[in-house]
Ligand binder design. Sequence first.
Ligand code: SF4
Length: 366
Amino acid sequence: MPQKKKSSQATLKYNQDIRRKLLAWYDKTKRDLPWRNTKDPYSIWVSETMLQQTQVKTVIPYYERWIKVLPAIDKLANAPEQEILKLWEGLGYYSRVKNLKKSAQIVHKEMNGKLPQTVKALQNLPGIGRYTAGAISSIAFGLKSPVLDGNVKRVFSRLFCINDNGATSSFESRLLEIAEDLLPVRRPGDFNQALMELGATVCTPKSPTCQQCPVRTTCQAFLKDCVNKFPSTKKQICAKKIEVSAGIITKNKRVYIQQRAKNGLMGGLWEFPGGKREIGESLEECLKREIKEELRANIDVSERVMTIKHTYTNFRVILHVFSCKLQDKRIRPKGCEQWKWVSLSNLKKYPFPAANVKIVKYLTEK
Ligand code: SF4
């Protein structure tokens, strides 16, 4: 294995300067977030999992509700899946919550209820990647484990004037080396959080507020007046647009919902029936066909009640929602886990994907 080069005195001093300034700034200006008032490994793990691909302000109420209902690993390990899906409803990326539960069961049964401390051991648990492992290990256990999320990468790219230039893996290894060198033995968790906080509040993707930055006198991009060149922007990939029709079918003041297959995308969540429009189809034709396929029944499509736009990671959905009337007396749903006729007052008890939550809201609050 190649030996890591020894840092020069100048580099050591430079790193020390960054640590001191960043930690002092963090102590003074950090946001008061609920997961920052604890060192409990489980709470840190839950918050870091929720924060993946999700904004802080969205996560706060979810986190508070979750910790209230499931305050410890054993509670999560024993919670019914529908309960955890409901607590997660609207946060998206549902594999996160399913892995959280799977890992909680492993920790509860095989590790005496205690999360492991090292990055390596944490990464053996389902759903815990390099970043989350580093965050738990440093914040909850005070170990010198670096983290690299989007915010930290951007800060490093600017601080040290380094870009991806298409060689993503060597860029990432270089950043990881920097992160390891910079991380202090004392307060590694706070330092990691300070870096993330800087990226989230000051060294933002567009228009960073360098005049308020605690490390501007050591930031190479700032000193060379080339902040906007770092990090290099990749070509924006246009998210694919998908048009979907969904139906609200009512019978005896109850509405039809079905549960998605457990092992598929958004598995275990409930939804209104419908599906993707095919080429040449009208939205109404699409809905009739989908209901025929899913419920093995015919419908009359009435008025459109709402149109919902929702963006997922790789595609955008435009969901056209219609109220419908069954032509047939009997339905014979297939392909779903289970189906139900539910009263409006009970509808909110079921977990739905984000776009369907808007339909539930429309029906229960109109
Ligand atoms: Fe980012 Fe500007 Fe601070 Fe450099 S000086 S780290 S570019 S905010």
